[in-house]
Ligand binder design. Structure first.
Ligand code: HC0
Ligand code: SF4
Length: 570
């Protein structure tokens, strides 16, 4: 153990602990800006400086290890002076147009300046103006970049994609797309993780709120909104709900107050996806020799983009089932449009998603063909939904509970866990068991696949058929898994990949908490919703059963194929 004193308090900590971590154990908060645990511990911003007795210079506490007998001051006059100068220098190179910045009120730099009581910047202000392509879902404004390197490190170390890099030299040093490419030419998966880990407004997700307002105010248009599983867990963040409790009924009321004609649930088509994808898996398992293995889930567009750019030779191994978002659009503009007797062109389908890549998925030709018009017209991320509710003066804290509309509003417990890593697989196995054996298994029988980013493996014995499964989240983990498959180190039948750490619960469109990982907490809220649901098997969704009866006939029928399946192109 190492003994040291921090701000007059003594503590013994394990060797290898940083000064910042030791201070946190004493409930002493050292301000920071660029730090991300184990991902970006480079001391680039020099905000976390502290003073060590006997040393004539201050040191960064995020990457400086404790030493025996050390006496540390985290808030001495010298520390405050240096920290203030460092923050003022950062501000001098930052476009501080806060009132019109998307991160106004949720910006680590703004908070820091406020915390330090800064009222002026004595240095000449200079920053480089410049936006990347504003049509692309991920947008960069270089005038706001503070060169903290969080985006570079996250994309590189967690997503394994190295989209960002340091460009230029000297005072013109900044961050840009590697090799000076356009964003659209880079192999960006559009996961949005660099956005949720950006401490300021330099990286944002394209806003599509105007499209939604235009549709809401057009009397000829019928608006249909669907809400993804994980959005309700992000909505709970905004309500300040702690722990696993959460209310989706208040979110439904909020959406109804915005004026959407129909408020439906993507959980409905998550259950439908299980019927189709589960049946596809069973079909392939019974014709093993005709297919390459494993079959991969295909509902995460960040992952699908990654497959297309990194492993195009394996694209055919993706399930042909469209994602629940796209299945919803296809069903809404055919079955539902017929049911209410309107032409599909009069429906405007809006998705609320925890995911920036869904903005891209809805525009990909091969998943958008069914009714002659786009299946999903506009995608809002969770943060945009919260923004639009704010703009409409919706009092989130005092909303009553209400139910989703019918007939595309019923969702089971199996559907809601789609939003957590491992959930699609667990839901699929619950129903595959029923489809093969004709009886239900304990809904928690496959819970070993729950988890965060790490690889989880499970050999599921489904009525004598052994299905070797694996689930991961984050694209770095996905790459390792594929490399292991290619090297023959592992063999699987069914693999679930979600691009974001923790799955959609930790998606790039979810509320931002200064780079803090909320995926696991939000995921546990979704598992609570699963436990609370009276129906926990996708095949027991009564509205899905009616859809098959009235329209689709059965899973993998000709009509199901036309509406709900696709072949991803390279
Ligand atoms: Fe997801 Fe989905 S679970 S990708 O993570 O499959 O975005 O929440 O909506 O489509 O259902 C995101 C979340 C979805 C889809 C579903 C899947
Ligand atoms: Fe990297 Fe994801 Fe950001 Fe694209 S969106 S640059 S893949 S972190």
């Amino acid at each position: 153990m190492v003994n040291l004193t921090i701000d007059g308090k003594q503590i013994a900590v394990a060797e290898g602990t940083t000064i910042m971590e030791a201070a946190a154990m004493l409930d002493i908060t050292i301000p920071k800006l660029c730090y991300l645990k184990e991902i970006n511990e480079i001391g680039a911003c020099r905000v976390c400086v502290i003073e060590v007795e006997g040393m004539d210079r201050v040191v960064t506490s995020c990457n400086h290890l404790v030493e025996d007998g050390m006496v540390v001051m985290t808030n001495s006059p010298k520390v405050r002076d240096v920290r203030k100068t460092n923050v003022q220098l950062i501000l001098s190179e930052h476009n501080s147009n806060c009132p019109t910045c998307i991160r106004n009120g949720n910006c680590s730099l703004q908070d820091l300046a406020d915390h330090m009581g800064l009222l002026s910047v004595p240095y000449k202000t200079s920053y480089e103006e410049g936006f990347t392509d504003t049509e692309f879902p991920i947008i960069r404004d270089s005038s706001k970049c503070i060169k903290c390197m969080r985006c570079v490190s996250f994309c590189d170390k967690v997503q394994g994609l190295e989209v960002w890099d340091v460009i230029n030299t000297g005072y013109r040093t900044t961050v840009g797309v590697k090799d000076n490419k356009e964003m659209a030419e880079a192999n960006c998966s559009m996961c949005g993780q660099c956005v949720t880990h950006c401490p300021v407004g330099a990286l944002t997700v394209r806003r599509d709120i105007k499209d939604v307002y235009d549709a809401l105010h057009n009397p000829d248009i019928i608006t249909v909104v669907q809400v993804a599983p994980a959005v309700r867990a992000g909505f709970a963040d905004a309500l300040g709900v702690d722990g696993e409790e959460l209310t989706q009924g208040q979110m439904v009321t909020g959406l109804k107050q915005l004026g959407f004609d129909y408020v439906f649930d993507t959980n409905f088509t998550a259950d439908l996806t299980i019927m189709e994808e589960g049946s596809e898996l069973i079909h392939k398992l019974t014709h093993r020799d005709e297919y390459a293995w494993p079959m991969f889930t295909s509902c995460c567009p960040g992952w699908v983009r990654f497959m297309k750019s990194e492993y195009p030779e394996m694209v055919d191994q993706l399930s042909t089932a469209k994602s629940p978002q796209q299945m919803f659009g296809a069903v809404a503009k055919t079955y539902f449009a017929e049911k209410i007797g309107v032409d599909p062109s009069r429906l405007h389908v809006i998705s609320v998603m925890p995911c920036s890549a869904k903005k891209y998925e809805c525009s990909v030709d091969e998943v958008n063909v069914v009714s002659g018009v786009r299946d999903v017209d506009t995608v809002l991320i969770t943060r945009e939904m919260l923004q639009i509710m704010k703009m409409d003066n919706i009092d989130l804290a005092n909303l009553e509970e209400s139910e989703f509309d019918s007939p595309l509003g019923e969702g089971t417990g199996a559907a809601v866990i789609f939003g957590a890593s491992g959930g699609v697989m667990e839901a699929a196995l619950r129903s595959a068991y029923f489809l093969l054996k004709g009886e239900n298994i304990d809904p928690d029988a496959f819970k070993e696949v729950r988890g965060f980013t790490e690889r989880r493996e499970l050999e599921a014995n489904v009525d004598g058929t052994v299905v070797r499964c694996a689930a991961v989240s984050s694209l770095g983990e996905a790459r390792e898994l594929i490399e292991d498959i290619k090297a023959g180190k592992v063999t699987y039948d069914f693999v679930e990949v979600m691009a974001c750490p923790g799955g959609c619960a930790g998606g790039g469109g979810q509320p931002i908490n200064d780079g803090e990982e909320r995926g696991a907490l939000r995921g546990s809220r979704l598992y609570q919703l699963d436990r609370d649901n009276k129906v926990r098997y996708s095949h027991e969704n009564s509205e899905v059963q009616i859809l098959y009866k009235e329209y689709l006939e059965k899973p993998l029928s000709e009509k199901s194929h036309h509406l709900l399946h696709t072949h991803q192109k390279d």
